[in-house]
Design a protein around this ligand. Structure first.
Ligand code: HEM
Length: 182
């Protein structure tokens, strides 16, 4: 296991205190009070209630110009003022995965304008995408966001725009977990 694989462990202790868990679609997860995000190779004893694993992977749909624009404005995780976080595990349905790569990209970027919408919320929202589908996990993606308390309303607005998009019609499981740094 390498340093690009992470476990998101829900339990009774951890660096992030859960303030709200909302199941938007599909089955929920057992309620937990804390979440820890740990590089999988560093875990020696599991003491949580559940664990979700994800891998930092290559980009699938982002074109060069957007990649450069994102790199110029996005912030890293771990900023001291970003004391709020969200973990949003997402699964997309079989219809999505049966589409060809170019069809999926068209829905994400032409119809849903995912990156265009998202970019309006940078650098306030720092984000990281973890892939889980190919490692037999219950979700396809684990999405992680960090922001300052004063940017929470903007983050909610961003989510409501994305959830109204055509891309989200393919989402069949989504849980929105909000946290505060301990
Ligand atoms: C903060 C602003 C955001 C920006 C700039 C952004 C940008 C992007 C980009 C560029 C990709 C494509 C990565 C690739 O090429 O493979 C992506 C993928 C993704 N984003 Fe966002 N995003 C943002 C917010 C969000 C939010 C709020 C969610 C909701 C939970 C989200 C969920 C996802 C998911 C699930 C994927 C993977 C989609 C797939 O591969 O089918 N993003 N995002």
């Amino acid at each position: 296991m390498n340093n690009t694989t992470f476990d998101f462990i829900g339990g009774k202790t951890g660096d992030w205190k859960v303030v709200k868990m909302t199941t938007l679609k599909g089955d929920s997860l057992p309620k937990v009070t804390h979440i820890d995000k740990i590089q999988s190779s560093l875990i020696n004893r599991f003491e949580g209630i559940w664990s979700l694993k994800g891998i930092i992977s290559n980009l699938r749909y982002t074109e060069k110009s957007d990649k450069e624009k994102l790199a110029a404005v996005q912030e890293d995780l771990g900023r001291p003022q970003a004391t709020y976080a969200a973990l949003i595990p997402i699964r997309k349905n079989e219809a999505w995965w049966n589409l060809a790569q170019d069809e999926r990209r068209k829905i994400m970027e032409n119809q849903s304008r995912h990156t265009h919408i998202g970019m309006q919320y940078l650098p306030a929202i720092a984000r990281k995408l973890f892939h889980s589908r190919d490692i037999g996990e219950p979700f396809d993606f684990l999405t992680w966001f960090e922001f300052a308390p004063e940017d929470e309303a903007a983050f909610n607005e961003l989510l409501s725009k994305l959830r109204q998009s055509e891309e989200w019609e393919y989402v069949d499981r989504e849980i929105d977990i909000r946290m505060k740094r301990v």
